[in-house]
Design a protein around this ligand. Structure first.
Ligand SMILES: [Zn+2]
Length: 121
């Protein structure tokens, strides 16, 4: 079980498996949030909420960022892919350090080239 929760615990996300890699993106919003994304399909993640979730869309409005109204943590984003399936970017900053420390981080250049920048060894 790979469990994410915001600081106040109002939003909890559960996935069966940890992601193989985590993505750090430098686009205008990811840079500000400081998120580290793990990717799933929505059917692979169970979402529980006891507080209101604040949604934020920007740019071409295909990606929606979800933030806890209680503590202000951005827990995940959702995006509809070209094949119609919904993808979830789970913010692995919401997962315990113990459960994420060994996962490789990849650096995505969302600001400019839309490709991966460098690999951490
Ligand atoms: Zn919260």
């Amino acid at each position: 079980m790979f469990k994410a929760s915001c600081h106040c615990g109002g939003i909890v996300l559960n996935a069966d498996e940890a992601p193989e890699t985590i993505t750090s993106c430098n686009c205008s919003i990811c840079h500000r949030i400081g998120a580290l994304w793990g990717y799933y399909l929505d059917e692979q993640v169970e979402t529980q909420q006891t507080v209101a979730i604040q949604d934020y869309r920007w740019g071409d409005k295909t990606i929606t960022f979800h933030t806890c109204s209680g503590c202000g943590c951005t827990t995940h984003y959702t995006a509809v892919r070209e094949d119609g399936k919904t993808k979830i970017g789970l913010n692995t900053r919401m997962v315990s350090r113990e459960d994420t420390k060994d996962i490789r981080v990849r650096y995505f250049d969302g600001a400019d080239t839309w490709g991966f920048l460098k690999e951490e060894s």
